[in-house]
Design a protein around this ligand. Structure first.
Ligand SMILES: Cc1ncc(COP(=O)(O)O)c(C=O)c1O
Length: 650
């Protein structure tokens, strides 16, 4: 027997205390990732307090129920708009507090990068909540700029234009400047400057420019390619000099107002942020001394979200808080500028992930449970006579503390033998099925024997995953959890109810796409890399709802149409003291219908219906269908086209 990995001693069943909601909170890590926005009620339901202690707490399932009454089907995405507002206030509050604390001699002007979630309702809410702080917008493409220009009205707040720019991009930004907006064009490559100079002269406007610096400091984590020598964007030192000379030659040295960097989204380690900030501040100081009237230092995005609550440098975590982040940025910029004796710049940051992540919850229904291990009631002596069955039964009934690993190896061998016999036609399906049944029963029994053991062989440890079942969930990983599929980012997932009941099953989640990658099989845990299964409740013929949390950054917006599952239904919730429930659903947005999603791949609903009608007409002519029946079925087809792409489980 190989004893490879050490495993934490688990409690024996008899030692276990009665399950409480506190255990559920601990198990799912609610206090670690929930930032006090999420909690579990004494009745075992997930609650959300969008304004933390400053507002009401809502039972998530009440909102779901109301959305259902308004006709929305699962999956449903719920946006808590007050939570979004709270995040905007907190990020501005954190920077302003740091500025006060260090007696920093300038101000903070944050911008929301709309790529993180471009939904109009999200952007509008952020603009509204950010108005007292002159909180602006960041865009990285032409469509984002077109949206931002129209929705931005505060002449004090900024529009930062990142990304590669063509003529239309530059002209449109200059139109914004003509309207009196503070639009800053951040140069990503030297050639852009020539176009900017050309159009600025044509439009008779003095543009405000920034340059994105390619820092040598690199982020850690999944988005670390945004910084360092291999970065796609930004100017290295020689290019910065070339840009500076171009501007000076055009008499536009004073137009360079901003130094920008972005070392990647979700930077897990604060040390990276400190280092990058100091490096960028040095660029700022040197360029200022080089004859440019710089006013702004833009530290980009990167502020991490602690998805798994581990407060570590793991990619789905961050080892620092918002306040620490803001203090480090303010302090390090100040330190370098004081050292270099240049005025403190206006600090811009472009955090989106940390602003929006928490405000939406995706609610999915688990509608089936695929179990490998049969019910123990099925463990009766086989009626069929066969050596493989006799040995299976013997192995199963003779597992004891001295031989669990041996029993497991015997079961493995029996299963393999059964497979070979079946392949050769020596046994039938019934015997194969019975051997497999005992294989799983033996495995489960063996696994139980190791509970609480100090050392557990690796093959037994793996059983935690192999014995687990699969919960079928009505959603698409590709539409709603793309970063989990793409590179294993973890998200907090937990049942929204029954949390006063011990979740005794272990499972993974599988979605309804026809793709074996359409699953979630890594979950947050105390262990850094996450765990392979989620503790869930046995299904009980009643609806079972799971919440997938912290999905509003990127996931809500980047989803793809794999299998043509479209955007999900949304309900937008506002707190309101005058409402009996303490909140109301301000708006529902219907997810994509089949007709719409088919339209995106060039099928027209009318054309489909016409083609179907032709086939029904032929079937009627050939007496395969009666006219009435044919027309009724055609109506069904047409009705279906207007419906939601996900399963209607009612
Ligand atoms: C230039 C720029 N600014 C801001 C952001 C948003 O950063 P975060 O996701 O860390 O909020 C990004 C995203 O990668 C970005 O590319």
């Amino acid at each position: 027997m190989t004893l490879k990995k050490e495993k934490k001693k688990q409690e024996q069943p008899e030692e276990r205390q009665r399950w409480s909601v506190e255990d559920a909170k601990e198990l799912y890590g609610v206090d670690r990732w929930g930032l006090r926005y999420f909690d579990v009620s004494a009745k075992g339901d997930v609650m959300v307090a969008p304004l933390k202690e400053n507002g009401a707490s809502i039972r998530v399932l009440d909102v779901v129920q109301e959305a259902r009454e308004q006709g929305l089907h699962f999956p449903i995405l719920i946006r808590f708009q007050d939570l979004l507002r709270d995040r905007v206030e907190r990020i501005n509050g954190a920077f302003n507090a740091a500025i006060d604390e260090f007696n920093y001699k300038s101000i903070y002007r944050g911008v929301y990068p709309i790529k993180v979630n471009q939904l109009r309702e999200v952007v509008e809410e952020i603009i509204d909540a950010g108005a007292p702080f002159h909180y602006g917008l960041e865009v990285g493409s032409k469509p984002e700029l077109f949206a931002a220009l129209a929705f931005h009205e505060d002449p004090e707040s900024l529009i930062i234009c990142n990304g590669y720019k063509d003529h239309r991009f530059i002209k449109t930004a200059l139109i914004g400047m003509k309207l009196g907006k503070k639009v800053i064009l951040v140069v990503e490559k030297v050639e852009e400057i020539k176009n900017i100079i050309k159009y600025a002269q044509k439009y008779k406007i003095e543009p405000q420019l920034g340059i994105r610096i390619r820092l040598s400091s690199k982020g850690l984590g999944k988005w670390d390619k945004s910084g360092g020598d291999e970065a796609k964007f930004g100017l290295a030192a020689p290019e910065i000099l070339a840009a500076s000379n171009l501007l000076k030659k055009a008499g536009m040295a004073d137009c360079l107002k901003l130094v920008h960097f972005h070392i990647g989204s979700q930077v897990p380690d604060i040390l990276t942020i400190k280092k990058a900030t100091r490096e960028a501040a040095m660029y700022f100081a040197k360029l200022k001394k080089f004859g440019h009237n710089l006013e702004y230092l833009d530290v980009g995005g990167g502020l991490g979200v602690d998805y798994d609550g581990s407060r570590s440098t793991f990619h789905s975590s961050a080892n620092y808080s918002l306040n620490e982040y803001a203090r480090d940025i303010v302090y390090n910029i100040m330190d370098i500028c004081d050292m270099e004796q240049v005025d403190h710049p206006v600090i811009i940051n472009e955090s989106g992930r940390a602003v929006v992540s928490h405000h939406s919850v995706l609610v999915v229904e688990a509608f089936g449970h695929i179990k490998k291990v049969p019910d123990r009631k099925a463990a009766t002596k086989p009626k069929l006579k066969h050596r493989l069955l006799e040995e299976s039964w013997f192995t199963y009934t003779n597992i004891n503390p001295d031989n669990p690993l041996e029993a497991y190896h015997d079961a493995l061998h029996l299963r393999e033998e059964a497979q070979t016999h079946f392949g050769l036609g020596l046994i039938g399906l019934e015997i194969k099925a019975e051997v497999e049944k005992f294989f799983w029963l033996i495995s489960e029994e063996v696994f139980k024997h190791y509970r609480g053991a100090e050392y557990i062989p690796e093959e037994i440890m793996d059983m935690e995953y192999t014995l687990s079942g699969q919960y079928l969930c009505n959603f698409s990983v590709f539409q709603s959890l793309l970063d989990h599929w793409g590179f294993g980012q973890l998200f907090p997932i937990m049942p929204l109810h029954r949390l006063n009941e011990e979740p005794t099953e272990k499972g993974t989640l599988v979605d309804i796409t026809c793709d074996s990658d359409g699953k979630v099989s890594k979950f947050i845990s105390h262990y850094e890399e996450g765990v392979d299964t989620l503790n869930l409740h046995p299904l009980n013929n009643k609806p079972y709802y799971l919440g997938i949390f912290l999905t509003a950054a990127y996931q809500d917006i980047m989803g793809d149409l794999h299998n043509l599952f479209g955007r999900v239904n949304e309900a937008h919730v506002f707190l309101d003291e005058d409402e009996e429930a303490g909140y109301y659903i301000e708006e529902t947005i219907e997810g994509t219908t089949m007709e719409k999603v088919l339209g995106l791949v060039q099928y027209s609903g009318n054309e489909l219906a016409r083609l179907m009608k032709r086939q029904f007409d032929t079937a009627i002519k050939k007496d395969r269908l009666r006219p009435n029946e044919g027309m009724r079925l055609l109506n069904e087809y047409e009705k279906g086209l207007k419906e939601y792409t996900y399963l209607d489980l009612l």
